[in-house]
Design a protein around this ligand. Structure first.
Ligand code: C6P
Length: 402
């Protein structure tokens, strides 16, 4: 990617510990382009107001911008606006489905399937639901290279399976799962499917109709928008049947002590004043991504990942964790017996930001018999030159630590 793209990300142009910042923690959160910063700034300088309630000019402007952002999200994933529920992030999306769908439809003896590679947020809400309902959580195992064992998944599916919850792309290993086929297999036994799209949206085009997923959750902050905003997509027919998640203003049509009626989609799931500038920032972020083009982004990042995968082999003792055939923008690794945290600290001394630890995937780490990894995760503003500096910094770290 050229300098004009990096110029859109002011945070990248600083030094850390006297060296140019190299930000390789994009799976944790991405940096924000000027278009997003400007959208948030405009909201507070020009039309800060509560939405859906005021008759006045500012309220109308804020409502228009917020709803325009919802339309942008809907178009981006090929959904209808009624199916786009603004939430805080992927975590809230999972919890919303577990509570509003799961508590109504999951019963004792039912089975929910997740994978061994899920982020904690796509495990714990289902565990809680199973505990409450007397349902069983089944776990798709993974291979040594970090792929889901598809035969095991297919063997697990039965009429008892009521819900399958899997990530599109693993945050810890970068593996891209064959979700379209997995969704079709789940549907064949009558199960609904939640796709955790947190690590997919920044890197690839997602078309919910093509995938035919029942639910999709993702976080705005990983796709270049602000924090505290995310999306739960759900098929309208399912959302209609679900109970509200939280009660309060906005999600109601009428309130009386004789009984309350609930609002239409998507407001039924949006109690209280929402994260208005967050939603607006998400609209701006997706438009920005569209202006570059996801196929262009995916091709560039794929090439960068191949380059990094080769280049890092020059580090003595390097061991990649997660070598799946289909991967997106993540290099997880260990170096000899060196603790990942020590590597992270030494890289930070050289201005390089990576993440170390279990990446909120403790069952996955247990599967590999490790406590954690070093994780470098890339975005389209990262460069080969940055990869080269990472490799040199790792070589230096090895000399110091071994
Ligand atoms: N992963 C990472 O460094 P929230 O916190 O709700 O925005 O996203 C949770 C989440 C869910 N699923 C996947 C696949 C994720 O990667 C994440 C967030 C970050 O890997 C922070 S732990």
């Amino acid at each position: 990617m050229n300098d004009s793209i990096r110029a859109q990300f002011p945070i990248l142009h600083q030094t850390v510990k006297g060296r140019p910042l190299i930000y390789l923690d994009n799976a944790a959160t991405s940096q924000k382009p000027l278009a997003v910063i400007q959208a948030i700034d405009d909201y507070y300088r020009q039309y800060n107001s509560n939405i859906h309630r005021g008759a006045h000019h500012l309220a109308q402007m804020a409502t228009e911008q917020y709803e325009a952002a919802r339309q942008t999200v809907a178009d981006h994933i090929n959904a209808s606006v009624r199916e786009i529920n603004f939430v805080r992030g992927t975590t809230e999306a999972v919890n919303l489905v577990a509570n509003a769908y799961g508590r109504k439809f999951i019963q004792a003896g039912d089975e929910i399937i997740v994978s061994e590679m899920e982020h904690h947020s796509n495990i714990v809400p289902w565990q809680m639901l199973c505990e409450e309902k007397g349902a069983t959580l089944r776990v798709i195992p993974i291979t040594d290279s970090g792929e889901l064992v598809q035969e095991a998944y297919l063997a697990m599916l039965s009429p008892k399976t009521k819900l399958v919850a899997v990530a599109h792309t693993s945050n810890a290993l970068g593996t891209i799962h064959p979700v379209k086929e997995m969704i079709a297999a789940a549907h064949a036994v009558g199960a609904v499917v939640f796709i955790d799209g947190a690590q997919a949206l920044p890197h690839t085009s997602i078309d919910v109709q093509d995938l035919d997923c029942d639910f999709l959750g993702f976080s705005g902050h990983k796709v270049f928008a602000g924090t505290g905003i995310g999306v739960l997509y759900g098929k309208a027919a399912l959302l209609e049947q679900m109970n509200p998640y939280m009660g309060g203003g906005e999600m109601i049509k009428t309130v009386s002590f004789r009984g309350t009626t609930y609002n239409d989609l998507p407001y039924k799931f949006e109690a209280g004043t929402p994260h208005i500038e967050g939603g607006i920032s998400l609209g701006a972020a997706l438009k920005y991504v569209q202006s570059i083009g996801l196929p262009v982004i995916a091709a560039y990042e794929n090439e960068l990942l191949q380059y990094a995968t080769q280049a890092i082999q020059a580090v003595p003792g390097i061991q990649l964790v997660g070598t799946a055939a289909q991967k997106a923008s993540v290099l997880s690794f260990l170096i000899g017996g060196i603790h990942p945290y020590d590597v992270g600290v030494l890289l930070n001394e050289q201005g390089i930001a990576i993440r170390t630890g279990h990446h909120c995937c403790q069952p996955l780490m247990e599967r590999f018999g490790i406590e954690g990894t070093c994780r470098a995760s890339f975005a389209f503003y990262n460069t080969r030159a940055e990869v080269d500096v990472l490799v040199q910094a790792l070589q230096r770290a090895v000399k110091i630590l071994s």
